[in-house]
Ligand binder design. Structure first.
Ligand SMILES: [Zn+2]
Length: 262
């Protein structure tokens, strides 16, 4: 098992990570490492992957927290009362949730993606706070990253202390969308040419999800220079990431998350 990892804010002890697929066949959509339990993978396989990933991250396997995403813009704040719940009750709290915020230490919060974009946030300060967000086109036009920032501010974080990591997703060149989707981006104030473009040959609209989310974060007040953007494309790198457009929705997922180590 291989993960990519790095400090989002070293002083705050906030480390981001991405679980790499570690397989390259596009005809075997579950081949490789994945911890996602709701896209058809074998339970023994994803539970084994959960165990291995928790070991690498240095957290208890029950503290590897993932949302049950459904392209909503729902964000939950997980306080201490969440972490004393049993696994079943925890799952109930995470149903139809696409963003998690917490101050809890030594737990990994993350989201599963296969072309959508994972966004991680850290707010330094006396009590550091972290967030993990799943943003597909629906979540992006609904401003889920802004809702996550709002949730952090409501719980005492300061925007000027925030850093962000925008993880791997499909790139704008590979992400063709219908005109109705492109229109929704324009209506959401995301009509700039580096977000929506047209293919010269096909005339089809293309959307750059990473850039759209970076713009949303900058508009809400994050420092552009404190936002790191992963340069890979999930569609073009089946050896590292899952891609629903390439392998179908019945496939593994790439897990991207964040831990507060201290
Ligand atoms: Zn691409």
């Amino acid at each position: 098992m291989t993960i990519e990892r790095g400090w989002l804010d070293e002083e705050a002890g906030a480390e981001w990570f991405t679980l790499l697929r570690g397989a390259s066949s596009i005809d075997e959509p579950y081949l490789g490492d994945s911890v996602c339990g709701y896209t058809g993978d074998d339970v023994v396989h994803y539970m084994e992957c959960r165990k291995n990933l928790a070991l690498i991250l240095g957290v208890d396997v029950s503290d590897l927290i993932q949302t049950r995403q459904s392209h909503t813009s729902n964000v939950v704040f997980l306080d201490d009362s969440f972490f004393v719940k049993d696994v079943g009750s925890r799952c109930g709290c995470l149903q139809d949730v696409d963003g998690i915020v917490t101050c809890h230490r030594k737990v990994a919060i993350g989201v599963n993606t296969a072309d959508c974009v994972p966004v991680l946030l850290c707010a330094a300060g006396n009590v550091p706070m972290i967030a993990a967000i799943h943003a597909g086109w629906r979540g992006t036009v609904a401003g889920i990253v802004v809702k996550a920032v709002d949730c952090m501010v409501e719980h005492g974080a300061k925007i000027e202390e925030m850093t962000a990591y925008i993880g791997v997703s499909i790139c704008g060149k590979c992400y063709e969308v219908g005109d109705e989707v492109a229109d929704m981006f324009a209506k959401a104030g995301l009509g700039e040419s580096d977000v929506i473009s047209r293919n010269d040959v096909t005339g089809k609209a293309h959307v750059n999800l990473k850039e759209a989310n970076r713009k949303l974060l900058v508009k809400v007040g994050l420092d552009y220079h404190k936002i790191t953007v992963n340069g890979d494309c999930s569609f073009e790198s089946p050896d590292k990431y899952y891609s629903a457009r390439r392998m179908g929705v019945n496939s593994g997922r790439t897990f991207t998350g964040i831990v507060l180590h201290k």
